[in-house]
Design a protein around this ligand. Structure first.
Ligand code: UD1
Length: 450
């Protein structure tokens, strides 16, 4: 495939989002919208140029985080899509191959669509416009076609009544042979209803030069532009549908697909079962055979083979569960290794810890990891047994095979195979309960008498 330069336009103001955050930084599947577009074109080894607006340092930072080599240019005044592309001149002036213009607010564009554009350009088209048929075409540019080629794109505001009846619209994604873009871009003017430099005028100019402009049609869901909260929710819904379907095709059982939410980078092996109402934040890897029970929230965590999580479990970043480990209900794990076969079954917080293989953590155990200023680690050796309701006050370690008595507050290290008791000794006073109750009853009766 010929070399590709992708110019991503991100300078729009996004006023309809009504947000302090630039619209292209709103997340879909846990990843900013613009980053989806960057990742998709990265898969083609494309050179990337992004045009950002003034005060869009955060957009620039999001792009360079995942594409450090991207060329960033700034469009100081928002004078239209043609003007935005002009800002990337240092990139396109020297581009050896094809040039693809995409919008940063169109996160779901697929590799298949980009492949189709590149294939057509390789096969002799000078430009390829990606069209779609939205439910309501109002506001979009319409594709004017003759004999299967595009001869112009007419913006809604400039269109005649007859042109407005055309349902085939411009998605904004346009591929150019490099020489075609360079031949027309400087000739675009702003003599139109909006007084903007329309990139779409490139079509009419190139057509008049006798160049061949193809179009392809893609699904409206794929080309949704996220410019308000409703479209953001629609894009999220489509994204989730796609991921659910991908995972089921890859051998993952989803008991109630529509109630499971994934992130852009969720990795799940085959034969994993996921019960209803599970949320995967970014950075999760689940290995083969694991079961995620209902109502669990998992983020930045690694779940080993055949491990079991939940119901109602929370795995936070850097939770790392070994093979066959079991995390039960109302358990929270953060930045902790849970060894192979270890069990943390009920009502527990394990943070900043290393828990060995086959350890049993009783109900209500807490690793006391924070002193108000610093975090400290707890280490529990293989096969140890931590009794219910124990507090392990870090930094502290419990040796392999040790037994911590229920209700203990452990502040000193416990050696291997030792029994640790960190609680007051029990005292039983025969008959004393009866005396206490009798006295209490007498006080109550005395009050009634008054
Ligand atoms: C544009 C197209 C229209 C198409 C529609 C699809 C033009 C003239 N019109 O409409 O044919 O149907 O998209 O959504 O191209 N942007 C900049 N700088 C600017 C203007 C826009 O970077 O000066 C960026 C925006 O951030 C956005 C994209 O270009 O990512 C599209 O801008 P928007 O205003 O949403 O589209 P329209 O111009 O209305």
């Amino acid at each position: 495939m010929t070399e590709l330069l992708s110019i991503i336009l991100a300078a729009g103001e996004g006023t309809r989002m009504r947000s302090a955050t630039p619209k292209v930084l709103h997340p879909v599947g846990g990843l900013p919208v613009v980053s989806h577009v960057v990742r998709t074109v990265q898969a083609f080894g494309a050179q990337i140029a992004v045009v950002v607006g003034p005060n869009h340092e955060a957009v620039e930072a999001a792009v360079t985080e995942i594409a450090p080599g991207a060329a960033i240019s700034r469009q100081e005044q928002r004078l239209g899509t043609g003007h935005a592309v002009l800002q990337a001149k240092p990139s396109y002036a020297a581009a050896p191959g094809h040039i693809l213009v995409l919008y940063a607010d169109t996160p779901l564009v697929t590799a298949a669509t980009i492949t189709e554009i590149a294939t057509r350009l390789d096969a002799g088209a000078d430009m390829v416009v990606v069209g779609f048929r939205p439910g309501d075409p109002t506001g979009y540019g319409r594709l004017l076609t003759e004999n299967g080629r595009v001869v112009a794109i007419r913006e809604h505001k400039d269109a005649t009544e007859a042109e407005r009846t055309i349902g085939l619209c411009n998605s904004g994604i346009i591929g150019f042979r490099g020489d075609t873009l360079r031949a027309v871009i400087d000739r675009i003017d702003n003599k139109n209803a909006k007084g903007e430099y329309y990139l779409t005028d490139a079509v009419e100019l190139a057509s008049a030069d006798g160049r061949r402009i193809d179009y392809i049609e893609a699904d409206a869901n794929e080309l949704i532009g996220v410019d308000d909260r409703t479209k953001l929710a629609q894009a999220e819904a489509t994204f989730q549908e796609l991921r659910r379907s991908d995972f089921m095709k890859a051998g993952v059982t989803l008991k109630d697909p529509k109630s499971v939410w994934f992130s852009y980078d969720t990795q799940i092996a085959r034969d994993v079962t996921i019960e209803p109402n599970v949320v995967f934040g970014p950075g999760v890897v689940i290995e083969e055979g694991a079961v995620i029970h209902a109502f669990s929230h998992i983020e930045g965590a690694h779940v080993g083979r055949n491990a079991s999580v939940g119901p109602f479990a929370r795995l936070r970043p850097e939770a790392n569960l070994g093979e066959g480990a079991k995390i039960g209900n109302f358990v929270e794990i953060k930045k902790a290794e849970i060894g192979k076969g270890a069990k943390v079954s009920h009502l527990t917080y394990i943070g900043d810890a290393t828990i060995g293989a086959d350890v049993n953590i009783g109900a209500g155990v807490i690793t006391v990891n924070y002193d108000g200023y610093n975090k400290h680690r707890t280490v529990v050796g293989d096969g140890a047994f931590i009794g219910s309701n124990a507090a392990l006050v870090a930094p502290v370690s419990v040796g392999a095979g040790a037994l911590v008595a229920s209700g203990s507050v452990i502040t000193e290290d416990v050696e291997a195979d030792a029994l640790a008791l960190g609680r007051a000794r029990q005292v039983n006073k025969p008959g004393r309960a009866k005396e206490i109750f009798a006295a209490a009853k007498a006080r109550k009766q005395a009050k009634k008498g008054n």
